[in-house]
Design a protein around this ligand. Structure first.
Ligand code: ATP
Ligand code: MG
Length: 312
């Protein structure tokens, strides 16, 4: 299971859209996807067709009980016939904004409440955590609970500076967590066909090199329409929907090449020490490089478990 925090402190760049697109792509590839909505705006929750929930990320974070997240998982309302399987979701609610303020006064449990709540979570191949537009405590909790971070960026003025700031924060957390989260990459979203967009896209590539994932997700009306209809873009038939779905499918394959994650390995004797391996070749070097990562032998056979952004 890979837990991916989808972040950018800037609003409206497409974090939620990317979470929904990647959850749809993962499900279409036979992977069991879970969306954890960590934004009080709850856009991912409604995008998945969930409007009322008994348990939410707000109640989970309040409980501060190990493993509490699992009980808050509900199925999304996305049609199963399109994707083959529908993602699940831990919904959010506006109350989460108050929870962030309360957490700020907790000197012990402020940063890792989500990590504690996610302890023992099983049954999913991909967990995507949708973060609010800030680098506040909710995003910090997502980073403390994640294996990797996906930064969503717009090809717009000063976008690159914002990404650099996120990378610094991720590096500081990774220093405290034995190299986790790793940087899965920078996904450029809302790439239009203007010269301006091409210029800022190029600036991002020059500044961050191989960390910029390919393909980018283009600006298309179908993407916005899917969210507005609480449907996966894969379910739409209008112009541009199939192309947008293909972009998310391609990114999903870059992040997790195997259609379905490998089953767990039984024998502890097969554990292989991959010290240093995951950190090699990344554009961030020491800041977020993996040290001391241990993966099981099945992971070696299954690219989904070991092929991270560092391998490309
Ligand atoms: N590739 C795209 N093509 C067209 N519209 C898009 C695309 N990506 C996002 N949008 C639209 O842009 C708006 C902002 O996207 P989204 O809500 O995903 O951003 P966000 O980063 O999650 O915002 P926030 O920071 O408020 O959580 C939405 O109306 C969404 O439908
Ligand atoms: Mg959002």
């Amino acid at each position: 299971m890979a837990v991916t925090a989808v972040v950018n402190q800037k609003g409206g760049v497409g974090k939620t859209t990317v979470v929904l697109g990647l959850a749809a792509a993962a499900a279409a590839r036979g992977r069991r996807a879970l969306v954890v909505d960590l934004d009080p705006q709850a856009n991912a929750t409604t995008g998945l067709g969930v409007w009322e929930a008994q348990r939410t990320t707000a109640s989970v974070l309040e409980a501060e009980s190990p493993g509490a997240l699992a009980a808050a998982v509900v199925p999304s309302a996305w049609p199963v016939d399109v994707l083959g399987r529908a993602p699940s979701v831990v919904p959010s609610s506006p109350v989460l904004a108050q929870r962030e303020h309360q957490m700020a006064t907790d000197v012990i449990g402020a940063q890792d409440r989500l990590a504690v709540a996610m302890e023992g979570l099983a049954g999913f191949d991909d967990v995507f955590v949708d973060c609010p537009p800030s680098l506040g405590l909710l995003t910090v909790n997502a980073l403390f609970a994640s294996d990797r971070v996906l930064i969503v960026a717009e090809p717009a003025a000063w976008s690159s500076d914002g990404v650099a700031q996120i990378l610094r924060n991720v590096g500081r957390i990774a220093d405290r967590r034995s190299g986790r989260p790793q940087v899965a990459g920078i996904l450029v979203n809302r790439l239009g066909r203007t010269r301006d967009a091409a210029y800022w896209y190029e600036q991002l590539r020059q500044a961050h090199g191989d960390l910029v994932l390919s393909p980018a997700v283009r600006l298309r009306a179908a993407v916005a329409e899917a969210a507005a209809q609480s449907l996966p873009v894969h379910a739409l038939t209008r112009d541009g929907a199939a192309e947008a779905a293909a972009e998310f499918d391609a990114i999903s394959e870059v992040l997790d090449p195997a259609p379905v994650a490998a089953p767990p390995v039984a024998a502890p004797a097969e554990v292989v020490d991959l010290t240093g391996r995951l950190g090699a070749g990344g554009g961030l070097g020491d800041a977020v490089g993996g040290t001391g990562d241990r993966l099981d032998a099945s992971a070696l056979a299954a690219p989904a478990m070991v092929t991270t952004r560092w391998d490309h």
